[in-house]
Ligand binder design. Sequence first.
Ligand SMILES: [Zn+2]
Length: 134
Amino acid sequence: MKLQISSGDRQYLLDLAAASPEQEVCGLLLGREGRVEELVAACNVARDPARSFEIDPATLLATHRNARGAGRQVIGHWHSHPNGRAEPSARDAARATENGQIWLIIAGGGLSAWAPRSADGRPAQFSPVTIEVV
Ligand SMILES: [Zn+2]
């Protein structure tokens, strides 16, 4: 599995995460067929934004609605790990479901992408997704 992202979008995410060293930042990935065409930043409304994220539900709804109108899909979401760990956390695994959405994580000055697989209600396992900067 592959995810294509432009170098400008990549840099935008790195800058956003670097500007928020205390709290996770988050948002949505729009595009088609494994290619990011647009990033939508969202407020992190998690109760503990230093260690988890929750995309503002209003942004989530509006983005899905706008994407449909524009012939795009929400292909996943992104969030940062201020602690620098470039892999999904136990909290991430506990809430991930196998729904075809890509998890993009910004940590330690880089990006990593993951696809959750879940079985029998157990916490998800994540398969790495190769990122191609285009
Ligand atoms: Zn996380």
